[in-house]
Design a protein around this ligand. Structure first.
Ligand SMILES: CC(C)(COP(=O)(O)OP(=O)(O)OC[C@H]1O[C@@H](n2cnc3c(N)ncnc32)[C@H](O)[C@@H]1OP(=O)(O)O)[C@@H](O)C(=O)NCCC(=O)NCCS
Length: 205
């Protein structure tokens, strides 16, 4: 599977990284890259450290083989956790911040992310009172969608299935419980719209 964006083709693990391999080889390669990432590359220095050397390039190269789609010049920061990566799609010039956590997300182009952001796509079932929550299983995971040119501040939590509209800004520490409209600046817990980018304050929602 391969799709194109405004700036060029996204690299797909199904379409590019393992294109000519049979199923068994694909599985072995995928596990190899996962081990390489989680035991080694994930712990390399953050990209802007003076001693980072090839950290950014190594993480990028590995993630191109793991993600469902991976654009050009994507920066995966130190400590990022994304499960198997099979449910992560990310567009050109976007980044996954230091120690960020996600398992199922579609991230557009030019997305900036501060450290410790959590994109939470799953939840526990807890409807039955007489059964421990740990035995009730999980809800169906709901992917998070982040459109192009979004800026997510440090320590933001985005709850399952939420969509962040193009050009939105999420203030540090926000807990996003609802979809965020395009170009909105939201902050707080629960996140509320504080203004719109480029709009005079009297027009804010
Ligand atoms: C959201 C943010 C971008 C807004 O910046 P700004 O345009 O300068 O906005 P202002 O400082 O004018 O704030 C507007 C209002 O939102 C509130 N606000 C701003 N950021 C907030 C936050 N993180 N949490 C709660 N409220 C916040 C302000 O108190 C202000 O409220 P008021 O109108 O009642 O006084 C900025 O505050 C922020 O959180 N940046 C993220 C920083 C970060 O995580 N950096 C990591 C970089 S990798």
């Amino acid at each position: 599977m391969q799709r194109t964006t405004g700036r060029g083709p996204l690299v797909s693990s199904q379409g590019t990284g393992f294109r000519n391999c049979d199923i068994l080889t694909k599985m072995v390669l995928r596990h190899f890259f996962l081990v390489l990432y989680y035991l080694f590359a994930r712990h390399l220095p953050r990209s802007n450290a003076s001693y980072a050397f090839l950290s950014e390039s190594i993480r990028y190269w590995i993630c191109k083989h793991l993600f469902a789609e991976c654009g050009r010049d994507v920066n995966i920061e130190q400590g990022a956790w994304f499960g198997s990566g099979q449910h992560v799609r990310i567009g050109d010039n976007s980044g996954i911040g230091i120690n960020c956590y996600m398992a199922m997300a579609t991230i557009g182009k030019d997305v900036r992310m501060g450290p410790d952001v959590i994109l939470q796509s799953g939840d526990h079932v807890f409807s039955e009172r007489d059964k421990p929550i740990r035995l009730q299983g999980y809800t169906e995971p709901r992917p998070i969608v982040i459109e192009d040119d979004v800026y997510i501040g440090a320590r933001v939590i985005i709850l399952p299935g939420r969509k962040i509209g193009r050009g939105a800004v999420i203030g540090s520490g926000a807990v996003v419980t609802k979809d965020v409209p395009e170009y909105a600046v939201v902050a707080g817990n629960p996140a509320r719209i504080v203004k719109y980018r480029g709009a005079p304050r009297e027009c804010e929602g």
